[in-house]
Structure formats: structure tokens, C-alpha cells
Design a protein around this ligand. Structure first.
Ligand SMILES: [Zn+2]
Length: 412
């Protein structure tokens, strides 16, 4: 069985052929998912993948030590080829008895470990990582199933040894990095006479827009044009990014909170690994949103990592999970795949028969996808006889690269 597939009938509901989402379709999509009609029962429930039901029933674990800004902690660390930002979930499967014992011993008190991120060459560790909270775990037939949620960003303390415990398990010393509260570039330099009328610490774009006139009066005392200061307001950046993203994603899934949005973007927008690392370094949401707006204006293609063959267009990306278009899933061997869901794909062949075993999307069977040109592994085709969409594709991040086709002029 082999063929490329670009059948428009495979597009999920709510998405037009060009991959953009019409306003009418957004409402239909939302209505169908939430109504109790027979038709609604056929629509795939996007809450299911985030629960990682394929891991079976796990036991809840409670208790997480929230670290202060700058606090130094020595914790167990796990290396995967994936990258997780605060608020997102990582499933893990451990098959090795020694690794299981070691991890349990090092996480029994704090229920936390550090997730190490590969550097841009994928040969070493990146200086920045995240502290993960274990919230569900279960040992079944000598296999440890585990779910962890990313809680706080951290960086490796320079000069401290990364000690190998066993296999991909390490012990590291990290410094915790908390998000500083967002501030306006003008909040400390306002004229007293104008302060009475309105503080310029705007957190909502509507407010920012409403008091534009007073803002201009105030800004006349500074040498630069007013738009320079505008572009450093978090509500301005948030509004601009949400507006641009609503062309690609359903607005109901885009976070309202600017900090969460800056993380959500990395998890959902198709970025090159080095671009994601660059965002990971940035300390504040304002800096991240500014860089993300720049990345958003670059036209991108999803290509085979080995031979560069075009696999999908960026507009074909769509969410099959509440976490967004890109989530981490684990196979029975314990390998974590960061997977992007697309409605259409091209230049691939299918390998083997469809299987429903350990399916990350309940109700769907998966078939392995290989590149038509170089036969490297690309991901999986998911198909269902009674769910909508009937067919979609899960592309493994390890199998593809993002090619920047054309750099648009910068908006910021
Ligand atoms: Zn290829």
C-alpha cells in the first residue's frame, strides 16, 4: 500500500481547503463538539490525547515543591529528544529495572525531575531546561508508566558536573528561573499630572487603545516616536500575535494569558529546533512574543529531515489534541515522539498494516509512514471508520525539518 494523499475530503471539519479557518466553520466546529447530537458523538474528542489513555490507568501523585527564583536545586534529570514548555505534559515509559529503581529513588521525595533538552547539534545538552512535576505513575509488569507536567524553567549551573546515574538518567544542579511580572516601558516614568488620569501599566489591549491619546501626550517628552514604546507593551504584542495566529488556529484554543501564549506558540507553531532554543533562553514574555511575531512572518514548509522532500504545508497543520497541534506521545519501548498533526501530506508511502494497539488517538488505527524518496520514518497515518476526521497524519518531529521558504519583511 503506497500512495501520497492530498484528498480535500480528508480535511477536518472547520478547516477550509487552504488550511485557514473560516469564522462560520469555527462556530460549527465548536457547536458540534459540545452539542449532544448523534453527529457530535462522531467528532473526535480532542480532550482524549492529553489524557494519554494508552498508558492505562495510573495512580495520582500529589505534592510538588515550588522553587523560588534563583533557587539552586540538585535533581534527577532525564534526557529525551523533545522539548516541553511550562504548562505542557510529557508521558514516559521506562522498561529497564535499574532505570526504574534509580528514578524512583531520586524522585520519591520531591516528585520532580529536570527534563534536559538537546542542544542545536543534538549531541550535547542545552543550558536551559524545565523542572517536571510527576502527577501520575504506575508500575505494571516491570514497566513504569509516568506522566509529568512542566512547571518551572531552569538553567544548568555552570561548572557543576552532570552526573550519569544510569542510561539516560542523570543528576544535575540547576538554578530556577521564574517569570518576572510584565511591566510597561512607561510605568516608572510617567508624568505626575497624567498619572492621575491613567496609569500606563496596561494589561489589556482595549485599555491600551482607549487611553492612546493620554499616552501620546505623555510620550511627547521622550525622543523616540510613540510606536517604539508601543511595541514594548505586552498587551500590544499579545493582540498582534493572537490576531495573526487566528488565521491558523481556532481562537478558542489560543491562550489569553500572554506568558502562556508565549509558551503555547512554541508548542504549536512549526519552528526549527534552534529557533525554539532561542525562545527558551529569553527571560520575559515580552521578549519571547517579539521574537515569535518575527518567526510568524516567515513562510514555512514541512520537509523530510533526510532528503528535503516536501511532506506538508504549514497551513495543513491542525489540532487533534487540547494541547494543540504538537504534543508528546510515548511508544511501548519508551521512546518519546513529539508529534505534529496535519490534515494532508504528500510524498510518503505506508509500511505495514493498520494497528489500533497503543494508539495515541483512541478510536484511530495507525500505519507507519515512510518518505517516498528516501524511505526514512516520517510518522503515522491515523484512520477511523466512525470518527471525524476519518484520516489525518501524525508527523514525528524527529522525521522532518522546517524549511523557511521566504523571509517576509519584519513587522517588528
Ligand atoms: Zn526523505
Amino acid at each position: 500500500m503506497s500512495d501520497s494523499d492530498d484528498n480535500a475530503n480528508n480535511l477536518p471539519d472547520g478547516q477550509m481547503e487552504n488550511g485557514h479557518i473560516s469564522v462560520d466553520s469555527q462556530f460549527n466546529f465548536s457547536r458540534e463538539r459540545h452539542s449532544g447530537t448523534n453527529q457530535a458523538s462522531d467528532q473526535f474528542d480532542i480532550d482524549l490525547p492529553t489524557s494519554h489513555r494508552y498508558l492505562g490507568k495510573l495512580d495520582n501523585v500529589t505534592g510538588y515543591t515550588f522553587y523560588d527564583d534563583g533557587e539552586v536545586a540538585t535533581l534527577a534529570a532525564i534526557q529525551t529528544n523533545t522539548l516541553v514548555f511550562p504548562g505542557f505534559t510529557l508521558p514516559l515509559v521506562l522498561n529497564n529495572d535499574l532505570e526504574i529503581n534509580m528514578l524512583q529513588r531520586h524522585t520519591s521525595k520531591k516528585n520532580a525531575f529536570v527534563l534536559l533538552t538537546p542542544d542545536k547539534t543534538f549531541k550535547g545538552f542545552f543550558t536551559y531546561g524545565v523542572i517536571m512535576e510527576i502527577f501520575e505513575t504506575h508500575l505494571r509488569n516491570s514497566v513504569l508508566y509516568l506522566k509529568a507536567r512542566s512547571r518551572q524553567r531552569c538553567r544548568l549551573v555552570p561548572g557543576k558536573e552532570i552526573k550519569t546515574l544510569i542510561g539516560d538518567l542523570y543528576q544535575v544542579t540547576v538554578e530556577v528561573m521564574l517569570e518576572p511580572p510584565p511591566t510597561s516601558p512607561l510605568c516608572n516614568t510617567q508624568l505626575n499630572s497624567l498619572k492621575i488620569r491613567k496609569l500606563f501599566n496596561c494589561t489589556e489591549y482595549r485599555e491600551f487603545y482607549k487611553y492612546r491619546k493620554f499616552r501620546l501626550f505623555h510620550l511627547s517628552q521622550f525622543p523616540l516616536a510613540s510606536w517604539v514604546y508601543d511595541k514594548h507593551e505586552i498587551c500590544f504584542l499579545h493582540h498582534k500575535l493572537v490576531n495573526a495566529l487566528s488565521n491558523y488556529y481556532l481562537i478558542e484554543f489560543i491562550p489569553d494569558d500572554p506568558v502562556q501564549l508565549s509558551y503555547w506558540f512554541v508548542q504549536n507553531f512549526q519552528l526549527r529546533h534552534e529557533e525554539r532554543l532561542r525562545i527558551m533562553v529569553l527571560r520575559t514574555a515580552v521578549e519571547r512574543l517579539r521574537l515569535e511575531l518575527k518567526y510568524l512572518n516567515m513562510k514555512r514548509l514541512i520537509c523530510c529531515a533526510k532528503c528535503d522532500a516536501e511532506i506538508a504545508q504549514h497551513s495543513n497543520v491542525f489540532p487533534m489534541s487540547k494541547d494543540g497541534v504538537q504534543s508528546n506521545y510515548c511508544n511501548p519501548e519508551g521512546y518519546v515522539f513529539e508529534t505534529v498533526t496535519v490534515s494532508k501530506a504528500t510524498n510518503f508511502t505506508l509500511f505495514g498494516s493498520p494497528s489500533a494497539q497503543f494508539s495515541w488517538f483512541p478510536g484511530y488505527s495507525w500505519t507507519i509512514m515512510h518518505c517516498k524518496m528516501c524511505s526514512s520514518h516520517l510518522g503515522w497515518k491515523f484512520s477511523s471508520v466512525n470518527l471525524k476526521p476519518a484520516v489525518f497524519y501524525g508527523l514525528a518531529k524527529s522525521g522532518f525539518d522546517i524549511k523557511i521558504v521566504k523571509e517576509e519583511s519584519e513587522v517588528l
